[in-house]
Write a protein that binds this ligand. Structure first.
Ligand code: GCU
Length: 654
């Protein structure tokens, strides 16, 4: 990929390879696809920057050596050393060498200075996956990419896999450079056309897998639980039926004939209208295990989503609480899932709101493999028209300890994000949303990493040699952007005050009298959902201590989640010292002021950023500001009218 092509180079502009490309390198590796990539990357960089790369020679005068090591580093780990003028990357597997090379690229000149004692780098999480909610055929309501804000699909066009997969290749390269190793290529809502990717259209998936493989990425497919019926013509999809079991085994065997390293299936079952095991009186473990059994002989995995709740709830019914659903459905099944079944849990109990507590399911199923799912696509966080860097949010989730930090264990076995990428020339619609994708990959590799340090990496790679003024400016507009978005949209853990359907822009009561289980219960006296065990839905008691205690009482509940857990009067005083109503007014004025300031900072960077990129972001800031003002005015007016409490500072509220 060249910088002058019509596709943005994102975090791999050729200048990012200057340090490795101007060195003498030696690659000693096998000839599997990732090793070929390592060699090709270096050859390409050397051609640009005057270095030289050889394969399999003696050490000679090499300044950079990449070579196999014993098997102590795992499939993906690598070690880095620098001694006597030579930087050496060793890895047990070819993918480790690839990650090692991109690590050296990130270090730039630093990789070639001084001495470096042996550092070992291994991914903390085995699965680092992107789920694409892409449809092959354009869906009449959702379009081609469900909740997609970056154009059409990277993989599919005109009703089939793209013939030209260059863009997919460039994507695979970007993903490898931030450590992602799995991609699911179609929507979890599996419609008629997409169901057939599993069988007669598997060749199209294989073509995509061939392009991603050299970057160490395994391809996964979303499948419908009803496949034995809709594709196999069987009268049932009952997971305990022998013919159903055989059908899955046979279909899966054919998938592996086409894609030898196929990653496995992703399943959304009994959720928002998708078919599932409940129709047969079977459990979700029964459902997952029939697919797991089919995948097991080949080393594949089924990612079974825990997003199961009643989406046809009666809003008058105060006893049903959607937040409880995943825990209630799944914890009784702990220990029943096959070893190659991974329960994929959304990070919060609701649905990717700008602020939610961490799902109580995480940590409550010690005998089940779990993956945490986050949403890089900004469905509820500004739809890539607003700047909202989600690194700090994800980092908070990943640092959460269900037992309050008593054990040091990790939160999950995998991290999955709903992808924010499409065929937009900037990949993500909003060029600054690229930072979300990069940060996701790096946090999946190392969940303990400081997200701001990851942002430094992204800035340095994306803008090689950038002056401090640009780095400072990018930090200024990105660092606090999640908090800014939260301020002008959703106060204190209230969610879903969005326009129904497309979910963009404010509509305070848009979902208040709907069947979706998404309510704030604002009245003239107060606002919020009582989820305490004492007087509410009991959701708070799904946590282990100390969190169950912390969340149970408005006195101890953190301010930012107060209205998620409690219904309180407008005059309730927060830990911050403000009343709830004054907090609502203040944050909405502040949020808009912060967007105005970010827009100003961005305008001042015009001389340092590629003009097309600068213009795209500037244009989006206009919309963000318009929308933020709309949010401020609607939310403030709504709560002023409900509560009758004036703003202490007498600002304009309509
Ligand atoms: C959200 C989103 C849907 C999506 C669903 C899911 O509800 O709005 O478009 O299908 O999540 O995660 O399955």
């Amino acid at each position: 990929m060249t910088d002058s092509g019509d596709l943005d180079a994102a975090w791999l502009p050729s200048a990012a390879f200057r340090a490795v490309g101007s060195r003498r390198s030696l690659v000693r590796a096998g000839d599997g696809p990732p090793a070929e990539t390592v060699y090709a990357e270096l050859a390409d960089a050397c051609e640009r920057f005057g270095g030289r790369v050889v394969r399999d020679g003696g050490d000679g005068d090499a300044e950079l050596v990449l070579e196999p090591a014993g098997d102590d580093l795992g499939d993906e780990g690598f070690a880095l050393t620098r001694r006597g003028g030579t930087t050496t990357v060793t890895a047990s597997g070819e993918r480790g060498l690839l990650y090692g090379l991109f690590h050296v690229v990130r270090l730039g000149e630093d990789a070639f200075r001084g001495e470096r004692a042996r550092e070992v780098h291994r991914p903390a999480l085995a699965t680092r996956m992107l789920d694409h909610w892409d449809n092959v055929a354009v869906h009449p309501v959702m379009g081609q990419v469900e909740r997609g804000y970056a154009g059409g699909s990277l993989f599919w066009a005109d009703g089939r896999a793209r013939g030209d997969l260059d863009r997919v290749r460039a994507y695979g390269r970007l993903l490898a450079a931030c450590g992602i190793n799995a991609v699911a290529v179609n929507n979890v809502n599996v419609h008629e056309t997409e169901a057939r990717l599993l069988t007669d259209r598997i060749g199209e998936v294989a073509a995509i897998a061939d392009v991603l493989r050299p970057y160490g990425i395994r391809t996964h497919l979303s499948v419908t639980f009803a496949a034995p019926m809709v594709l196999g013509g069987l009268p049932t999809a009952d997971p305990l039926d022998g013919a159903v079991r055989d059908w899955w085994a046979e279909a899966t065997g054919r998938v592996y004939e086409a894609i030898g390293d196929f990653g496995g299936y992703v399943v959304k079952a009994d959720s928002e209208g998708q078919p599932g095991p409940f129709a047969y009186g079977r459990s979700h473990a029964d459902g997952a295990n029939v697919l797991a059994a089919a995948l097991e002989p080949y080393g594949g995995t089924v990612h079974w989503r825990a997003f199961v709740y009643d989406h046809r709830q009666d809003w008058r019914d105060r006893t049903t609480d959607r937040a409880r659903a995943a825990y209630d459905h799944f914890t009784p099944l702990d220990g029943e899932f096959a070893p190659n079944a991974v329960l994929q849990v959304k990070h919060g109990p609701m649905d990717f709101q700008v602020r939610e507590p961490v799902s109580p399911l995480i940590g409550a199923m010690p005998r089940t493999r779990l993956a945490v799912e986050v949403q890089a696509t900004q469905e509820y966080t500004g739809q890539q028209r607003h700047v909202c860097w989600l690194g700090p949010m994800w980092s908070e989730v990943l640092r959460f300890r269900p037992d309050g930090g008593v054990s040091a264990g990790r939160l999950a076995d995998g991290l999955v994000a709903v992808s924010n990428v499409g065929d937009d020339p900037f990949w993500t619609g909003h060029p600054l949303a690229q930072a979300n994708l990069y940060t996701f990959g790096r946090l999946a590799w190392d969940p303990a990493a400081d997200p701001h340090a990851v942002l430094d990496e992204w800035i340095a790679l994306t803008h090689p040699g950038a002056p401090a003024r640009l780095a400072d400016g990018l930090h200024a507009v990105l660092d606090g952007s999640w908090s800014t978005y939260e301020k002008y949209t959703a106060p204190l853990g209230v969610g879903f005050m969005v326009q129904p359907g497309h979910h963009y822009g404010p509509s305070v009561d848009g979902y208040e009298y709907s069947p979706w289980g998404t309510y704030h219960f604002a009245d003239r006296d107060g606002v919020g959902v009582d989820r305490s065990a004492a007087t509410g839905t009991g959701y708070a008691a799904q946590y282990a201590d100390p969190w169950a205690k912390v969340y149970e009482s408005p006195e101890t509940c953190p301010d930012e989640l107060l209205l998620f857990f409690h219904h309180v009067p407008y005059g309730h005083v927060l830990h911050s010292g403000k009343t709830v109503i004054q907090h609502i007014y203040d944050t909405h004025f502040e949020g808009v002021a912060e967007v105005e300031e970010a827009r100003r900072v961005w305008a001042g960077l015009a001389d340092l950023v590629d003009p097309a990129r600068h213009a795209r972001v500037a244009e989006r800031y206009e919309e963000q500001l318009r929308s933020a003002r709309e949010w401020r005015d609607q939310i403030n007016s709504y709560f002023l009218r409900k509560s009758g409490v004036p703003d202490e500072r007498g600002r304009t509220i309509h």
